[in-house]
Ligand binder design. Structure first.
Ligand code: FES
Length: 564
């Protein structure tokens, strides 16, 4: 049998590295351990957030299983995290997208410097899933992503709750349609324990994308955080890793263009988060796959929306788990020839082979996933728009309930909080197009999510009658007529910087257009008199991010650097 320690032997079995061996004796290595494959276990666990609070426990269970192996040894490490659920609506949110890059960098640093032969990453929240994927892409070792799993739903007065219920309750309280006592109880009961936010928000979207791309074990994305099935994954991942090492199946062997197409297709089918666009563009760069906004446009035009998930639908990921999970959906999509079945996965088998024994979805007794002939929307919800307001493109999330054409006067805000003050003061009227700008990747800096504004609009009963456009981004929890990722962003002199109150804006979904209806000559004059504002941080990680980040249309990566 071939030895599995192809990479780590550079430090463990190398006479010229006595220092490395000495240090490994120091952590308790015995003689036979030097011949084992070293598996880095990147736990994204930290205490301050339900999504991540149990991940160190899962990492320990994986490490304990690896300890039973005679050919592999597990070595754990951690990285940083941001809870969007906690920082949303505050300046802390500026660190969120930044954390994806820092997570990717820190996993690359640890696993790269330590010569790990394989990598198991255990993320459980929005940014840390793509952060792990980017690091695994850069390192290109045998790698498996094990998702921490979704949270259980909360409950109050018979109503199922999740984190986004709190933002919408806040909006209801602002306009006087919810009493303080009920508001407080909704907040108290929304998050009953460990697990990632439960709707088809960014974490569940990216976990499902990871599974359909083949980099997670089957069922990993829909097994709830506290389920026995999640514990079972900690056992099953060990032989899967051994098989990857034995057959030298590395991350890039799995992450092909077809794998990305599968991810975009499943995201569309499920009604997943707009953040998937940013993250998949960034992950594609890490594995040298050419992916662009037009790939999303192309797939979106032919793939229907079938998932009835929150935020715009009714159900949570835990509901899908009870119906057979993501594999049941994948099996249906394969039968309908909507995904590629020949892609390799971390089981060492193709997607089609993995799905052979999976029970088919029952369409009679459930309303979570619709059949193709009865879609929620005939084409996808992630609409890529272009026009004079977004020459490099932007992303709209349109699930069909909002209509497909919106024209209205602009109400412009340079800060998220100014908008929240305006909505509290009843200054936002039906038909308005709210513009929140200077919150892009550089201008934010960090491209904060506008869940508080979109949640407040829904809560105030304006979700269907007001459009919200921004150079920031949206949480997976956002719904309503929303357009984000507008590029170029305001700080870089994109047209969004020149919008004035009362200007007419048109968003035409069927034509993929977003337009500022102001004569060219007038726009030219405004541009001439525009003074680029300063970015309001000059040091620290936000400043580093602002200095290096690419446009939203390229995934906001920070390593798009030409060193030649
Ligand atoms: Fe972690 Fe929502 S805050 S998934």
């Amino acid at each position: 049998m071939k030895p599995l320690n192809k990479t780590s032997k550079n430090i463990t079995l190398n006479d010229s590295q006595p220092n490395s061996r000495a240090m490994l004796y120091g952590i308790g290595f015995r003689e036979d351990d030097f011949h084992k494959a070293q598996i880095g276990i990147a736990s994204l666990g930290w205490d301050g957030n339900p999504c991540n609070m149990h991940l160190n426990g899962l990492a320990k269970a994986v490490k304990d299983q690896l300890a039973l192996s005679t050919e592999m040894i597990g070595l754990g490490f951690n990285t940083v995290g941001v809870s969007d659920g906690i920082s949303m609506g505050t300046s802390g949110m500026r660190y969120s997208l930044v954390s994806r890059e820092v997570i990717a960098d820190s996993i690359e640093i640890n696993a790269g410097a330590q010569f790990y032969d394989g990598l198991i990453t255990i993320p459980g929240c929005d940014k840390n899933i793509p952060g792990c994927m980017i690091a695994m892409g850069r390192l290109d070792r045998p790698s498996i992503l094990m998702y921490g799993g979704t949270i259980a739903s909360g409950c109050y007065k018979g109503q199922k709750l999740n984190l986004v219920s709190t933002f919408e309750a806040y909006g209801q309280k602002l306009v006087g349609s919810l009493e303080e006592k009920d508001f407080l109880e909704i907040v108290r009961n929304a998050c009953p324990g460990a697990g990632s936010c439960g709707g088809m928000y960014t974490a569940n979207t990216m976990a499902a994308a990871a599974e359909v791309m083949g980099i997670s074990l089957p069922y990993s994305s829909s097994n709830p955080a506290l389920s026995p099935e999640k514990q079972r994954e900690c056992i099953d991942i060990v032989p899967a890793m051994q098989n990857l090492l034995e057959n030298n199946i590395t991350f890039r062997d799995i992450m092909t263009k077809q794998a990305f197409e599968n991810a975009i297709t499943l995201t569309t089918i499920l009604g997943g988060s707009t953040n998937a666009v940013l993250h998949l563009l960034a992950v594609a760069k890490s594995v040298d796959i050419h992916l662009e906004l037009n790939d999303f446009k192309r797939i979106n035009e032919r793939i229907p929306l079938l998932g009835n998930f929150k935020p715009s639908g009714q159900y949570l990921m835990e509901d899908l788990h009870h119906l057979g999970g993501i594999p049941a959906v994948m099996k249906y999509l394969l039968e309908e020839k909507l995904i590629h079945g020949n892609c390799m996965t971390v089981t060492g088998k193709t997607i089609a082979e993995n799905l052979a024994e999976v029970e088919p979805l029952d369409f009679i007794n459930q309303e979570v996933i619709r059949p193709v002939h009865m879609p929620i929307k005939k084409t996808g919800h992630l609409q890529i728009l272009y026009g004079n307001l977004a020459e490099e493109g932007c992303v709209a999330k349109i699930t069909g309930k909002e209509g497909s054409l919106f024209t209205g006067p602009a109400k412009v805000f340079d800060k998220e909080n100014d908008f929240l003050d305006a909505i509290s003061a009843n200054k936002i009227k039906k038909g308005d197009v709210v513009v929140i700008r200077y919150v892009g990747p550089r201008g934010g800096p960090g491209m904060p999510e506008m869940l508080k504004p979109s949640g407040a609009l829904i809560g105030a009963g304006l979700g269907k009658s007001v459009a919200l456009i921004t150079d920031g981004r949206f949480s997976g929890g956002t719904h309503g007529f929303v357009v984000g990722h507008i590029a170029p962003e305001a700080i870089d002199g994109g047209t969004i910087a020149f919008v004035q109150n009362g200007d007419m804006i048109q968003i035409d979904i069927s034509e993929n257009q977003i337009s500022l209806l102001v004569p060219e000559e007038q726009l030219r004059k405004r541009k001439k008199h525009w003074v680029q504002p300063d970015i309001d941080v000059q040091s620290g990680v936000l400043a580093k991010f602002a200095a290096s980040v690419s446009s939203a249309s390229q995934g906001c990566v920070t390593d798009n650097i030409n060193l030649r």
